[in-house]
Structure formats: structure tokens, C-alpha cells
Design a protein around this ligand. Structure first.
Ligand SMILES: Nc1ncnc2c1ncn2[C@@H]1O[C@H](COP(=O)(O)OP(=O)(O)OP(=O)(O)O)[C@@H](O)[C@H]1O
Ligand SMILES: [Mg+2]
Length: 505
């Protein structure tokens, strides 16, 4: 169960954020890479476009010019051949140059193997005749598989501006490809006619389809140039990505460790509180079961004291018996109140002058001091100090702490008791000159069952704390080893006159 809980925390704090952040990083990086590629493709495309337009435009102009001068020539095979060769030599971009008749069939040219070849389609011829300008052939020549050129031709017009043939130049595609590659390498490129016949392509079939094609229409012909920067995994990008992932992992791990630490601490605290509660429950059960048993013998003792009271009428004896009877009563009620350890506190509080409670305790404390062979010094404020409490329980608190003081001291040492008020609190200081306690021990004295004595229960101060807190007061202990200990009992002062509060005193 605990392992599963740990795994869930790890999943929520480390794995899930890591996956989400990795996806976000990757998408972000990918988007910026795509943008960069698009920009590169746009730039490269415009350079290519300019070059191709320039080649076509220049060829068109040249052919138009040459066709003008050619029109004065008559159909003389030798002279025509010579002219074609001369034209071919003027430009390295030309593959071959032909003289074509009005049916689109070559009559002469630089490559004899293609004499009497059907080189231009009727649609293209019509276009050239109508416009009387040079035209890029889009039809037949391009459909030939394995072509490595495309054709541009210009009509040869007579003096009546009537076409009587065409001058055709074939442009080498290989050379164009090479130059485009040199201009900007590493780009994918395709040049297609309006019928999607591919004229030229560089790396066009190796692309992943992840990057976008950017289209550029050519101005000299109705063709489209498409450019794409191919996807290549950039190691720099990968490094940035891995670094971000690593830092996220590191960061989430730190958070996970902190959360785990917090959870462990919380669990330890919870366990400690549970153990405390179990102890208190145990004490409560113990107290509840023994309280009844203690009350029975007390009743017997009370009966016997009663007999002694009748038997010894002397004043001194009567005083002792009355003190004994009072103490038996106190034991009786304390034993009953002992149940508070296991049960919620609900008592009728009354208002008392602390000094009157101290006065009742004084003979008991002094006789105890005599018993231990020690002195007691009293320092009690003259004016009344009103507090709200249960008398017997406050007595129990004082006696418990006084007893601890006596037990901590040696023969002949002095215990001081101060009763006063300060800052809205009634205070009772019990100061001893005993062996004292170190810091570690001070932290434990109010824990149930903590005792350093052979016959101690370790419940004295614990009970005191529980009771005093039920009166909204507090009990504090300060101590120095070998110097002594001061226990301060504080209770909120009652400012109103006690008689107006239905005093039970
Ligand atoms: N005045 C004191 N001087 C030195 N140590 C003290 C003093 N008061 C309390 N202590 C320490 O605190 C421990 C707990 O006190 P607590 O009164 O709760 O139990 P106890 O005195 O040991 O047992 P019991 O009260 O049942 O006799 C003591 O065992 C002692 O070590
Ligand atoms: Mg004690």
C-alpha cells in the first residue's frame, strides 16, 4: 500500500510533468524549427524563382531577336544550319537549337538525329502565332520520358508579320539543376507545369512531408516552383531539448524529494500523536477501573477515623483528625477526578482566592517538609488573587509540584513558594534548589509516564498540565542542572468581585 502510494506520488510529481513538459518543449522547438525552415524555403525559393525566370526571360528575348534577323534568311539548309550552330555557341544553357516548320516539325538544327521530329504541339504553336512572341513549350516535348531539357521557341515572322517557321532552343535541365544546387544547397525543389508535369526536381522525393512546401508562381511561364527545406535532425536542437528535459527531471525530482520528506514528517507526527492518545486512553481506562476500588477502602478508613474522633476529644487530636478527614475527602474526589485523563473535562468551576487554597495546603506542605528535613519559605501577596478553578484539583497541582521539589532536593535545602499576580494572571512559583534538569529532560517532563524515579509513575506533571489547561491556565518549568527548578502555575485572573459570580467559596 505504501509502495503504491509512493509510486502514485512519483507518477504525479515526476513522470507526468516530465512527459507533459517534454511534449510542450518538443512542440515549441518543432514549431520554431518549422518557422525557420519556412523562412529559409521562402528565401531560397525567391532566389530560384529569379534565376529560372531570368533564364527563360533571357532565352525568350534572345530567340525573339534572332527570329527577327532569321526572317530575312531564305530556307537554305547550309546557312540555316550554320545559324543554328552559331546560336548554340552563344549560350552554354542551350542543349540544341532547331528551325521548326509551321507544323511543329524540325527542318534543321544542331542535332541531326532530331531532324524531322515533331517538336512543338499545335496548342503551343497557336499561342506563339497569336501573341507573335516567344513561348515556352508545355506539351509534347515534356511528355517524353527521360527528358533533360525543355523548349522555348519564337515565331519567325516575314515582313507582313506572318509566321513561316519557328526558332526553337532546348534548355538543359541538368545544368540548371546544378546551378540551383550551387546557389543554395540542401533544399528540396520541384518545378511543375500547370498540368502538374514535372520539369525539374531536386531532392523532391526524399522529403518526409513534415515541412511545408512553399509555392512560387513564375512570371515568364505558367509554371509553379515549390521549395521545401528537408527535415534533418539538428543535433543542436536535440541537445537543447535533452537539456530542457534533464533540467525538468532534476527540478521535479527536487520537488518530489521535498514532498516525500514532508509526507514522512507528517506521518511521523501523526504516529506520535496516535501513540500519545493511546497512552492517554490506557491511563483513562486504568484510572476508571482503579478509582472505584480505591473509594471502598477509603470509606472504611473514614468510618474508623470517625470512631477515633469520638474516642479522643482533645483539641489537638481533633485538629489532626479534621485534617485527616479533609485529606481523605480530597483523595476521594481526586480519585474520581482522575477519570479526566480518559474523559473530556466537564466540571463546575468556582471562584477562589488562591491565598485561601494555599492556606489550606500550608500545614500539609510544612509537615511534608519536616518529614523530608527541609525548609519552606512563603512569599504570598497581601491582596486577594481571584481565579476560577476546582479547588481540590488546584490543590492537587500544587501538591504534585511541591512533592517533585522536595524529591529533587537534599536534606536542609529550602523550597520557596511565591504567590502573586502578573499580566492578568495569578501565578504560583514553586522554586527548589534541587539537582535540576537539562534541556532534553525538560522537553519530556510533561509526557505521560516519563519519570526518573524508582517509584514514580510519571503522571504527576502530566495530570497537572491536563487540569490546568482545563482552567485555561498553563504550567511551565524552567531548570538548570545543579542549580534548581522553578515551576510556574498561571491562571487567568478573575477581575469581577467573586460574590457577584455566585461564589461557592
Ligand atoms: N522540581 C523538579 N526537579 C527536578 N526534576 C523534576 C522536577 N519536577 C519534575 N522533575 C522530573 O520530571 C519527571 C516527571 O515528573 P512527574 O511528577 O510527572 O512524575 P514523577 O515525579 O516521576 O512520578 P510521581 O509524580 O508519580 O511521583 C520526574 O521523574 C523528574 O525527573
Ligand atoms: Mg511527581
Amino acid at each position: 500500500m505504501k509502495k503504491r502510494h509512493k509510486f502514485t506520488t512519483y507518477l504525479l510529481i515526476v513522470i507526468l510533468p516530465l512527459i507533459i513538459m517534454s511534449i510542450i518543449y518538443w512542440r515549441h522547438l518543432d514549431r520554431s524549427i518549422q518557422k525557420e525552415r519556412q523562412e529559409q524555403a521562402e528565401w531560397a525559393g525567391s532566389v530560384y524563382q529569379e534565376y529560372i525566370d531570368q533564364v527563360i526571360g533571357e532565352t525568350k528575348k534572345k530567340l525573339e531577336l534572332l527570329s527577327l534577323s532569321s526572317s530575312v534568311l531564305y530556307m537554305d539548309d547550309k546557312k540555316t544550319e550554320h545559324l543554328m550552330k552559331w546560336i548554340l555557341d552563344t549560350d552554354p544553357r542551350y542543349a540544341d537549337v532547331y528551325w521548326v516548320n509551321m507544323d511543329g516539325i524540325s527542318l534543321s538544327g544542331t542535332n541531326k538525329a532530331f531532324y524531322h521530329y515533331y517538336l512543338i504541339e499545335q496548342a503551343d504553336i497557336n499561342k506563339a502565332i497569336i501573341t507573335q512572341r516567344a513561348v515556352v513549350a508545355e506539351g509534347k516535348a515534356l511528355n517524353n520520358s527521360g527528358i533533360n531539357h525543355f523548349s522555348i521557341f519564337a515565331p519567325i515572322l516575314d515582313h507582313e508579320k506572318k509566321a513561316h517557321g519557328f526558332l526553337l532552343a532546348q534548355i538543359t535541365i541538368d545544368r540548371m539543376e546544378k546551378i540551383l544546387n550551387i546557389l543554395i544547397p540542401d533544399q528540396a525543389l520541384k518545378l511543375e507545369t500547370s498540368d502538374h508535369i514535372r520539369v525539374l526536381s531536386i531532392n523532391a522525393d526524399n522529403t518526409s512531408g513534415h515541412s511545408k512546401w512553399v509555392d512560387f508562381p513564375l512570371s515568364e511561364v505558367d509554371w509553379t516552383l515549390s521549395v521545401q527545406k528537408p527535415d534533418t535532425l539538428n543535433t543542436n536542437t536535440m541537445n537543447v531539448f535533452l537539456m530542457l528535459v534533464f533540467f525538468t527531471f532534476f527540478f521535479t525530482h527536487m520537488i518530489y524529494t521535498a514532498v516525500e520528506e514532508l509526507l514522512v514528517r507528517r506521518e511521523a507526527k501523526r504516529q506520535k500523536e496516535l501513540t500519545e492518545r493511546q497512552k492517554i486512553d490506557f491511563v483513562g481506562t486504568l484510572a476508571a477501573s482503579t478509582a472505584h476500588e480505591i473509594k471502598n477502602p477509603l470509606t472504611g478508613i473514614k468510618g474508623l477515623i470517625q470512631l477515633l474522633v469520638e474516642k479522643h476529644p482533645e483539641e489537638q487530636d481533633q485538629f489532626y483528625y479534621s485534617v485527616i478527614m479533609k485529606e481523605i475527602e480530597r483523595i476521594n474526589s481526586i480519585v474520581s477526578e482522575f477519570l479526566i485523563l480518559g474523559k473530556p473535562l466537564a466540571r463546575n468551576l468556582s471562584i477562589y482566592d488562591v491565598r485561601s487554597i494555599i492556606a489550606e495546603l500550608r500545614p500539609i506542605i510544612e509537615s511534608e517538609a519536616r518529614h523530608f528535613n527541609m525548609d519552606v519559605a512563603w512569599n504570598i501577596m497581601k491582596e486577594p488573587i481571584w481565579v476560577q478553578c476546582t479547588k481540590d484539583q488546584l490543590k492537587q497541582i500544587i501538591l504534585n509540584t511541591v512533592k517533585n521539589g522536595f524529591e529533587a532536593m537534599k536534606d536542609g535545602e529550602k523550597l520557596s513558594i511565591r504567590v502573586y499576580h502578573e499580566n492578568e494572571y495569578a501565578k504560583i512559583d514553586i522554586i527548589d534548589m534541587g539537582q535540576g534538569l537539562n534541556e532534553k529532560e525538560i522537553g519530556k517532563v510533561f509526557d505521560p509516564f516519563y519519570t526518573s524515579k524508582k517509584e514514580g509513575t510519571g503522571l504527576g506533571l502530566f495530570v497537572c498540565k491536563r487540569i490546568i489547561e482545563s482552567f485555561n491556565g498553563k504550567i511551565e518549568l524552567t531548570s538548570k542542572p545543579l542549580i534548581g527548578t522553578t515551576v510556574t502555575i498561571s491562571l487567568p485572573l478573575v477581575t469581577k468581585h467573586p460574590r457577584s459570580l455566585n461564589d461557592a467559596h
